[in-house]
Design a protein around this ligand. Structure first.
Ligand code: 6CS
Ligand code: FE
Length: 302
């Protein structure tokens, strides 16, 4: 049963998808919700996450762990996969798989990685308490044309379309293949998480069926991107080999270009949300998105 929204518009700190002009609102909450909490991250790493909005943890998982994930992925891809309603997103104009969602509902290595102590331990420390998996997916970015992802803040979508109240979530992207400068790595704007860029366009019904192939609603204006880039002075390419994990805060502006190279760029994403930040009703859409995109099982990962 979908829990409908219990919060009134007045307590919406990040109004978006409601017409009007693009606005850059200040972030209204900390990045580190559990500053002194026990966990695997040292003070320097926490400071970098707070400053930049992301942290690239090289070789966090072993090659043997990545191999188990890759074996489970290949076994899964041989199963008869459905379509968008089963969390299978294909590249525009082809049958190539672009994203496969809801890994965490599987009982193989792909499902187990959410509970990896170095992932969930970092999430608990940063988010300051119990966490659950809001969303998980594989982005396959196939060779010879896997399309990119427009600039966006995950939180803008998760707030507007999933009903995530506050910025108390993060993604861990596990690199399953080499992420080179030339095969469509994740690009991030350091410090962009300190501002919330509103998106005036009203959310169409079942927007996810378009946005997961190519997102144009909920994305920032060029002026807003220019301003975020001017503050940062650079864009970071998140490069690394299999087993590297990119942790990025839910509101950090990120994108990736198309992959025209012969090497696929396969990354596995686990998006943790604080149990205390559980979803309510959407803040900028008529209906909540399906469970494979936004879990409403808030059972904490122990
Ligand atoms: O809409 C979402 O939840 C998804 N869209 C993007 C481009 N990033 C986050 C997430 O996978
Ligand atoms: Fe994203």
């Amino acid at each position: 049963m979908t829990q409908m929204r219990t919060m009134q518009p007045s307590d919406d700190l990040y109004p978006t998808r409601n017409g009007g002009e693009v606005r850059m609102l200040p972030r209204r909450e900390p990045v580190l919700h559990g500053r002194d909490a026990e966990g695997p991250l040292d003070a320097e790493t926490l400071a970098r996450l707070e400053r930049d909005g992301f942290w690239i943890a090289e070789n966090l998982l072993s090659l043997a762990e990545v191999e188990a994930l890759t074996d489970a992925l290949e076994a899964w891809r041989e199963e008869p996969l459905g379509d968008v309603s089963d969390g299978v997103i294909r590249e525009r104009g082809s049958r190539e798989q672009r994203s496969l969602f809801a890994l965490h509902q599987r009982d193989d290595a792909l499902g187990a990685v959410m509970r990896h102590p170095r992932l969930v331990g970092a999430a608990r420390q940063i988010l300051g308490g119990d966490v659950y998996v809001h969303q998980s997916r594989l982005n396959l970015k196939p060779a010879f044309g896997g399309a990119g992802f427009s600039w966006h803040s995950d939180f803008e979508t998760w707030h507007a379309e999933d009903g995530m109240p506050r910025m108390r979530a993060l993604s861990a992207s596990v690199l399953l293949t080499e992420n080179h400068a030339w095969n469509g790595p994740l690009m991030l704007i350091p410090g962009s998480h300190h501002h919330f860029v509103t998106s005036p366009a009203v959310t169409p019904p079942d927007h996810y069926q378009a946005s997961l192939v190519e997102q144009s609603i909920g994305t920032p204006s060029n002026d807003a991107l220019r301003a975020l880039f001017a503050d940062a002075g650079r864009i970071e390419l998140a490069l690394g080999g299999p087993g590297t994990v990119i942790f990025f805060e839910c509101n950090t502006m990120h994108a990736s270009t198309a992959n025209l190279s012969p090497l696929p760029r396969k990354n596995l994403f686990v998006c943790y949300n604080a149990v205390d930040n559980a979803l309510v009703g959407p803040f900028g859409a008529s209906r909540p998105r399906p469970g494979f995109l936004a879990s409403r099982d808030f059972t904490p990962i122990r």
